[in-house]
Design a protein around this ligand. Structure first.
Ligand SMILES: C[S@@+](CC[C@H](N)C(=O)[O-])C[C@H]1O[C@@H](n2cnc3c(N)ncnc32)[C@H](O)[C@@H]1O
Length: 220
């Protein structure tokens, strides 16, 4: 589960994308972003299912399947076009046990118990919406399960400023439906998730990127 996937497998996932732009994006993203392997490592050989909030076109689900993770994975995202792409890719890839549903995480999360993953969406939420989402996510973490979050953290580093620019580029190229509004700090996770009974660890996840990304792992 911890080994990065081979170039041939990354290409196989990318070529499931119906659109040329998504194919190039997927290949670049999977080859350079350390988050998918990091999530795989945190999940290990767990027998619990996974809920991926803000799943986009389902890259985490495909990465985990190709890494040998066999439990059910449910993706949830408010961008219906991305959900349609994820569903089409799951069918053409012949992946079993993957489902993708459309919905706005601001209005609540689906019924679920297992591991919950939230990658790169908190910056679109106001502070009180971030806290509400974290509480809802924590309530869905089963005994022995983890809430795994990747987010840019607000601080006074150059990395933080590069993170903000990256999110604005995603908005201006229309890849994202919204512009960033608020970046969380480490205290938000320690207070909200700690109060929900989870043991919280916040660590940098920079890899070869210029962003101020951190991995938050909260365990029940
Ligand atoms: C930066 S992308 C990350 C995609 C995916 N998590 C990944 O790492 O490959 C952020 C995703 O969050 C989704 N998103 C943003 N706000 C959301 C909301 N309120 N409810 C559900 N999904 C949301 C966007 O549509 C987008 O697909």
């Amino acid at each position: 589960m911890t080994m990065p996937l081979s170039a041939a497998i990354l290409k196989r996932i990318a070529f499931l994308c119906p659109k040329r732009w998504d194919r190039c994006y997927t290949l670049m993203k999977l080859a350079t972003d350390p988050v998918y392997a990091a999530v795989g490592k945190e999940l290990g050989g767990s027998t619990l299912p996974v809920l991926d909030v803000g799943c986009g076109i389902g890259l985490l689900a495909f990465y985990l399947r190709e890494s040998g993770f066999t439990q059910d994975i449910s993706g949830f995202d408010y961008d219906e076009k991305k959900i349609s792409s994820a569903r089409a890719m799951a069918v053409s890839g012949g992946y079993e046990g993957l489902s993708f549903m459309a919905g706005d995480a601001r209005s609540g999360l689906p019924e679920f118990s297992g591991h919950v993953v939230i990658l790169d969406i908190l910056q679109f939420f106001k502070r009180e919406e971030q806290a509400a989402l974290l509480k809802a996510a924590a309530a869905r973490v089963a005994e022995g399960g983890r809430l795994i979050i990747r987010t840019g953290l607000q601080d006074d580093s150059t990395r933080f400023h590069v993170t903000v620019i990256g999110d604005w580029v995603a908005r201006l190229t229309l890849w994202m439906k919204e512009a960033p509004v608020c970046y969380p700090d480490g205290e938000l996770f320690r207070s909200v998730l700690g109060n929900a009974g989870l043991k919280v660890c916040v660590k940098p996840l920079w890899g070869g990127t210029p962003f101020n990304n951190h991995l938050v792992v909260a365990e029940r």
